[in-house]
Design a protein around this ligand. Structure first.
Ligand code: DLL
Length: 433
């Protein structure tokens, strides 16, 4: 039983009874070992033994990113440091990074989850996995790496960067699976083209992409350019890293959450109220098997909804829809709420533009301004100026019509928007400066 695969098709009742038992054990442990959780429980007048059903979970206060920051670096660890064998940290674009720890058993749990994820995404023993997620404090590289080894696949620990060498490796080693952020995968496609290498000559069957939001249209673009089947993988350092949920390659329709390890909830981000299946809100996770860094009702800020129906692949695990944005990603432009992913969807409806864009927000005479910079293909850019202006107007009109916000659209030459080896930078908000 390496992969615990039977959990994936378990009847709901059996899954819920495992979840409750594991939840109760986790709560007892954090209450005894993490002062932060003990205080939270005491303040709420709760003890772990008050949690007698999964519905009781909603009595427990939420945990926020700020709580992890306030306990920087190791204050939330539930085991002594001599049991911690690995430390990762999230990028911390806004302020202090959050630090997470793993016991040897946690690393094994994670490797199993990643082996299960890779299997759901189409990989098996005998595959060669080109792992272009960054190795280091980011959980992507090492997460995939341990899962690939656990499954018995061959992993190429190429990491992000040195893109030309990556293409040579692809040609020479013949990897069959690629793992990367979707934006970096598209960049690799460009580099291959410059080098005169076509993905049609390469051996890829599946690509497992995640760590940043990407739309259905971007999926189609990636599948076409890289000549493979693309699946979405989701996770976050605070919960474990990648391996929280993944789409199956059979349906590619929502990411199966590994509920034997993580309990998901969807809440109204303003009121904290728990929402029923099918409603959109903020995703909240409780980990129920982690030792070093358990999280209780952790507010991910990711926006999605849950679908409980059994999948065509046979899995009974609840599915989460593609993440449509983050509560802290939401841009308020002249009072209109806009998510970068919504702009991406409008852009991608126009054939002439490429999936490389950046939103620049500024303020002029006390009013917010939004400039959408987007690349066009070589052939379009060399068209006469009039044609380009017409296209800019058309996209701007579509953005206004679909999102209700005025935007200046600026078409830019191919390859002018900075490429990232990891997560793409989609928004530059100059208002904060
Ligand atoms: O990004 C873990 C990961 C690595 C996931 C490799 C998938 C593949 P963090 O750096 O802590 O961890 O960032 C977590 O990234 O809260 C989401 O906002 C975003 N994110 C991750 N996966 C997806 C996805 C890793 N598939 C944060 N779609 C999360 C949309 C994603 N957003």
């Amino acid at each position: 039983m390496i992969y615990d695969i039977e959990y994936e098709t378990m009847p709901r009742e059996a899954m819920e009874s495992i979840q409750l038992r594991r939840l109760q054990t986790t709560l007892q442990r954090v209450y005894a070992t993490v002062p932060f959780y003990r205080e939270k429980f005491d303040q709420a007048g709760l003890t772990p033994s008050d949690i007698q059903s999964l519905n009781d979970l909603e009595k427990i206060p939420f945990t926020y990113k700020k709580d992890l920051r306030d306990n920087y670096p190791f204050g939330m660890f539930a085991v002594p440091m001599d049991n911690v064998v690995r430390i990762h940290a999230s990028s911390g674009t806004t302020g202090q990074p959050t630090v997470v720890g793993y016991t040897a058993r946690d690393i094994d749990t994670w490797a199993n989850l990643m082996a299960r994820s890779l299997a759901a995404g189409g990989a098996s023993r005998g595959d060669i996995i080109h792992n272009a997620y960054g190795y280091g404090l980011f959980t992507g590289g090492l997460g995939v790496h341990y899962g690939a080894e656990k499954m018995g696949a061959s992993v190429i620990p190429v990491s992000g960067g040195n893109s030309k060498r990556q293409i040579i490796i692809m040609k020479d080693f013949g990897p069959t699976i690629i793992t990367a952020t979707p934006s970096y995968a598209l960049h690799l496609a460009e580099v291959a083209e410059e080098m005169g290498v076509s993905f049609n000559e390469l051996k890829f069957k599946f690509g497992i992409f995640g760590a940043e939001p990407w739309s259905e249209t971007m999926r189609q673009e990636i599948e076409r350019k890289l000549n493979l089947t693309a699946v979405d993988i989701y996770g976050l350092s605070e919960v474990i890293g990648p391996g929280v949920s993944i789409e199956c390659h059979e349906a590619k329709n929502g990411m199966h959450i590994f509920e034997d390890h993580f309990i998901p909830e969807i809440i109204n981000p303003e009121t904290g109220e728990v929402l029923p299946y099918g409603e959109i809100g903020e995703l909240v996770f409780t980990s129920i098997t982690k030792e070093a860094f358990p999280v209780i009702r952790y507010r991910t800020r990711d926006i999605t909804r849950l679908h409980p129906e059994v999948c065509t692949c046979g899995r009974t695990l609840v599915r989460m829809e593609k993440v449509s944005g983050r509560t802290d990603d939401m841009l308020i432009i002249r009072g209109v709420n806009v998510f970068p992913s919504q702009i991406e969807s409008v852009l991608m409806e126009t054939d002439a533009v490429e999936p490389h864009y950046q939103l620049v927000i500024g303020r002029k005479e006390n009013l917010d301004t939004l400039t959408v910079m987007v690349e066009v293909g070589e052939n379009i850019f060399s068209d006469e100026v009039k044609g380009l202006q017409k296209l800019e107007k058309k996209i701007s009109h579509n953005i206004k019509e679909f999102l209700g916000v005025s935007a200046k659209v600026q078409l830019v030459e191919p390859k002018t928007i900075a490429r990232s080896q990891g997560k793409a930078v989609r928004v530059i908000d100059n208002r904060k400066i």
